[in-house]
Design a binder for this molecule. Structure first.
Ligand SMILES: [Cu+2]
Length: 132
């Protein structure tokens, strides 16, 4: 009986550990001053992704995915606009659902808030594109 309980707990642990890294075509993110929750997203390469973005904060927030290999410097600025892969801005108190096509290059993409000063305040995350 004791052995069974241990095996069961190990299984639960493994399932939980894997759960966070499974690619999903449906994402949800909550934005606040100055966080994304969750801050890491895993999507399958090249697929259409539906994302629900809720702004629970008091100011405008943006969910900006940078192009592969591109990162913003000290803060998001005009020079970063051309390096945007996809973005959506959401007014305070609003929730928006949108779709975008996941990049085809597998790897990690920087996610930032494009509102001035927010990246500096720590509003950043990671989009992981999983190979098909
Ligand atoms: Cu923000």
């Amino acid at each position: 009986m004791k052995k069974f309980v241990v095996v069961f707990l190990v299984l639960v642990f493994l399932l939980t550990a894997c759960g966070g890294n499974k690619p999903s075509k449906n994402l949800r993110v909550d934005m606040l001053e100055f966080t994304f929750t969750p801050a890491e997203f895993v999507v399958p390469a090249g697929e259409e992704i539906t994302i629900t973005v809720a702004n629970n904060g008091a100011v405008m927030h943006e969910f900006v995915i940078m192009k592969f290999g591109q990162t913003v410097g000290d803060d998001f600025g005009d020079e970063d606009e051309t390096n945007i892969y996809w973005e959506i801005e959401v007014e305070p108190g609003k929730t928006v659902t949108a779709t975008f096509t996941a990049p085809t290059d597998a790897g990690e993409y920087q996610v930032v808030c494009g509102t001035a000063g927010h990246f500096m305040a720590g509003m950043a995350g990671t989009l992981v594109v999983a190979a098909p």
